[in-house]
Design a protein around this ligand. Structure first.
Ligand code: HEM
Length: 222
């Protein structure tokens, strides 16, 4: 795969690098830092392809599984999407970016709940850069820690009846948040895409792909 990407890089270099980048590869090729060799660029491209390859199909597969087990959620999802589809049909438009941003709130809740229950990535590794004391435990400098998202997302202390697929729970949580402006509720209890500096850069793309898929799936298939 690296060889294949290297060939593309060489072709781009031969045809002249565009100043206005069209894609990630152009951005990396425009970087003048000497540390960014062609080999490193090729590896970066592969690094971006692999996490996007398995994760979204798994998210979509799990959404279908949960929806088929919870007909009330499937019904509300279908109604919401059919309504939008009809509106779009009358306007002669197709699904677009602004629909993702502002419409289909229940579809967003379904995606969020699938991320919570599905735990597509079970956790993330971190290395302690200094001695850390937490809840009576010492994590010595240099030790690796696996933050296990699955344990947090399926803990009944954080989510009521955690093994139940309940997209509406997010509605309640959002309302409570607005009401109390309580930062505690918005802490590290939900991190399907990790957090901090290494937060998944594909977060929005992943949600968008699932959103487009679900829209077409529930409006065209039984
Ligand atoms: C449902 C879909 C996805 C889930 C659940 C997911 C989850 C994650 C998680 C948990 C991490 C580790 C974050 C951390 O260490 O704090 C990560 C990293 C990463 N993800 Fe995703 N991801 C998804 C989709 C994607 C997509 C579609 C792409 C790209 C097209 C992508 C690209 C990456 C990359 C490049 C990293 C490494 C970031 C870094 O180390 O700085 N991911 N993802």
């Amino acid at each position: 795969m690296v060889k294949l990407v290297l060939r593309i890089i060489q072709e781009r270099r031969k045809s002249g690098i565009t100043k206005v980048p069209k894609d990630v590869l152009d951005v990396l090729l425009n970087d003048s830092s000497e540390e960014l060799t062609d080999d490193l660029i090729a590896h970066n491209i592969i690094d971006m392809m692999i996490p996007g390859e398995d994760s979204v199909p798994l998210l979509i597969t799990l959404a279908i599984k949960y929806l088929s087990e919870y007909p009330a959620a499937l019904q509300q999802l279908t109604e919401e999407n059919m309504k939008l589809k009809k509106q779009k049909y009358h306007l002669g438009e197709t699904l677009c970016w602004s629909d993702y941003l502002s419409l289909l709130p229940f579809t967003q809740l379904v995606i969020t709940e699938t991320l919570r229950m599905g735990n597509i990535i079970i956790g993330a590794m971190r290395k302690a850069t200094k001695d850390v004391k937490i809840k009576g435990y010492l994590i010595p400098k240099g030790w690796c820690v696996l933050a296990n998202f699955r344990s947090v997302h399926l803990d009944e202390k954080n989510f009521n009846i955690p093994y139940q697929f309940n997209p509406w729970r997010w509605q309640l949580l959002n309302d409570t948040l607005k009401k109390f402006q309580d930062k505690e509720l918005n802490n590290c209890n939900f991190t399907p895409f990790g957090g901090g500096q290494r937060l998944c850069p594909g977060l929005e793309l992943a949600r968008l792909e699932a959103f487009i898929f679900l829209h077409h799936f529930v409006t065209q298939f039984r």
